[in-house]
Design a protein around this ligand. Structure first.
Ligand code: ADP
Ligand code: MG
Length: 316
């Protein structure tokens, strides 16, 4: 059977030596990785934990997808701050029977996702466990100093937009997460964006975080919310409406952002790095609360409060 050290040797070989352009001076193999921050940039630091039977089940799972996802969800966080994902630390707790083919597939998925998003594997930690499989990725990204896009920047009058289409990710998209880093970078490089978040818990709840952090209210237009085909398929058996799935299903990993209304039309018209963008509402003063109209021009009397029904890990 392969030892932890064999696995780390494999890891190191397959991750390759970091190239100079990556800014990683020392990668896997020493006590610490050593990274050189690009001049004029700030570090973005994020981490995500995936636990067997909480975030995924092993039955029927290709460990490639687990490896891919464990990095992609962190890339999505860096993207939503308008940054560029750079160096990842990967920590894994595996049972002895997972030290062979399982660990290899996991690594393949991680490296594929790293290559997709320009991330170098800088290090990590490996342990055996008698308990659930756990994979943790800590990711360092960079953004121009004082230019990270935060949840707290939304302004009254902004348009609210989302990338892609929402709902029903449980039918498969939740595993092969497409982090919208290219879209986010094209958005921040193209002009002003006030606030941004990635949709991990569900639109109603995640947009709610922008509103709370920014101290504003908002109005959504139900007919503008982009409903994914998976939400339609799921609604056929779930007893819930496709719109309800789009508003409250988690793990879309699309971007939700606010920007000046004058800029929104151009972003919707062009899309972002090949991903469609929808303008789904507008930011209002806090007194307006958080509400939804059937359509933009509908009678204000038809507004209903938006329920925040995203996922809560502490809820039983
Ligand atoms: P230490 O005892 O100093 O923590 P380890 O033996 O755990 O050292 O790790 C040796 C090297 O291998 C370190 O550079 C560490 O970052 C890297 N490493 C260990 N596990 C992983 C992993 N799962 N993914 C990436 N790098 C890893
Ligand atoms: Mg260690």
């Amino acid at each position: 059977m392969r030892t932890e050290f064999d696995w780390i040797d494999d890891l190191r070989r397959r991750a390759g030596s970091p190239d100079a352009a990556s800014g990683l001076r020392v990668g896997i193999g020493d006590d610490c990785a050593v990274a050189v921050p690009p001049p004029g940039e700030e570090l973005l630091l994020t981490t995500d934990l995936l636990v067997e039977d909480v975030h995924f089940r092993l039955a029927g799972l290709d460990p490639f997808d687990l490896g891919w996802k464990s990095l992609a969800v962190s890339v999505s966080d860096v993207a939503s701050c308008g940054g560029r994902a750079a160096h990842a630390l990967v920590s894994a707790a595996l049972r002895p029977e997972q030290s062979g083919a399982f660990a290899d597939r996991l690594l393949e998925g991680l490296l594929a996702c790293a290559a997709r998003h320009g991330v170098t594997l800088a290090g990590g930690d490996t342990t055996g466990t008698p308990g659930p499989v756990i994979v943790n990725v800590a990711l360092v990204g960079f953004a121009p100093a004082r230019r990270a896009v935060l949840r707290s920047g939304a302004r009254v009058g902004d348009a609210i937009c989302v990338t892609g289409a929402l709902g029903g990710s449980i039918l498969g998209r939740h595993l092969r997460v497409e982090a919208r880093q290219d879209s986010a970078r094209s958005l921040v490089q193209g002009g002003v964006v006030h606030a941004m978040i990635d949709l991990s818990d569900g639109l109603s709840s995640d947009l709610g975080h922008i509103l709370d952090a920014s101290g504003v209210g908002a109005e959504l237009f139900a007919d503008r919310v982009p409903v994914h085909g998976d939400a339609l398929r799921l609604a056929a058996t779930s007893g819930r409406s496709p719109l309800d799935h789009a508003l409250s299903d988690g793990e879309d990993f699309e971007l939700c952002f606010t920007l000046p209304e004058e800029r929104a039309a151009a972003v919707v018209a062009s899309g972002l790095a090949g991903v469609p963008v929808s303008r789904i509402g507008r930011v209002l003063p806090p007194s307006a609360g958080y509400r939804m109209l059937p359509a933009e021009c509908a009678d204000p009397g038809t507004a209903v409060p938006v329920e925040r029904r995203g996922h809560d890990h502490f809820r039983r």
